[in-house]
Design a protein around this ligand. Sequence first.
Ligand code: NAD
Length: 251
Amino acid sequence: MAQNPVAVITGGASGIGQALAVEYARAGVDTVVGYFPGDPHDPHHTEEQVRAAGGSVRMLPADVRSSADCEALVTAAVGHYGRLDCVVANAGILRRTALADMSDERWDELLSVDLGGVMRVFRSAVPHLSAGSSLLAVSSITGGVFGASERSHYAAAKAGVVGLVRGLAVELGPRGIRVNALLPGLVETPQSLDATNSAGAETLARLAEGVPLRRTAQPEEIARVARFLTSPDASYITGTDIRVDGGITVV
Ligand code: NAD
């Protein structure tokens, strides 16, 4: 069995997932990183950065809409490293859609990735977890705290993630398994820089003027909190949702 703790991350070819894989490498946590098979970003970039940081990683194609793919991520962690200590359900999509255009397909696709994907990878992991391990879901401030036009399905999914986390914290707490949600604000990643479905660079810069800290976040700033929440340093934190948003939700 590996000495280092082992983490599974979903959606790790870019953005927060990629930054977290590197953050884990620096902290001596080995990883299995899933990447969406259709992702335009080369997953090898994550692998290279993790190795450069001195870490051990296995990259696997994994669509979180597939139970088998989620199972394969967990099997890879347990099979290769012999243990599993934490799972970060990070994969997510944002597709700008007004209610009038909200086809069943659009709704189902987003809910299946952003909410169903969290449940599926957690469900696969839990039989392999022991006391002291933890689950973390990347929700959003657009999930229970904040409203955003033409993102109602995203808000519903991300709020659903917070509910899922609270329920599982109660269910799994007696086994010593912690379950939390992270709610990022405006983070510079491919998702938020996509002007078609999200803010785009210009709008992001304008929105940043309304953030008390007067700037957007870098993915590494979210990754550091994710690493903390899944580490033994957060041993008494469960069932909570932590905003990492530069204060935007309090103005
Ligand atoms: P990102 O687009 O870089 O990362 C999302 C990742 O999810 C991508 O690598 C993508 O390929 C992957 N993905 C998409 N569909 C998938 C699927 N079916 N199966 C597996 N992976 C899939 O953007 P990000 O900002 O790093 O997003 C990470 C998480 O943070 C998401 O859940 C997102 O909703 C959330 N979030 C982001 C922001 C922000 O401002 N960027 C704010 C709040 C929450």
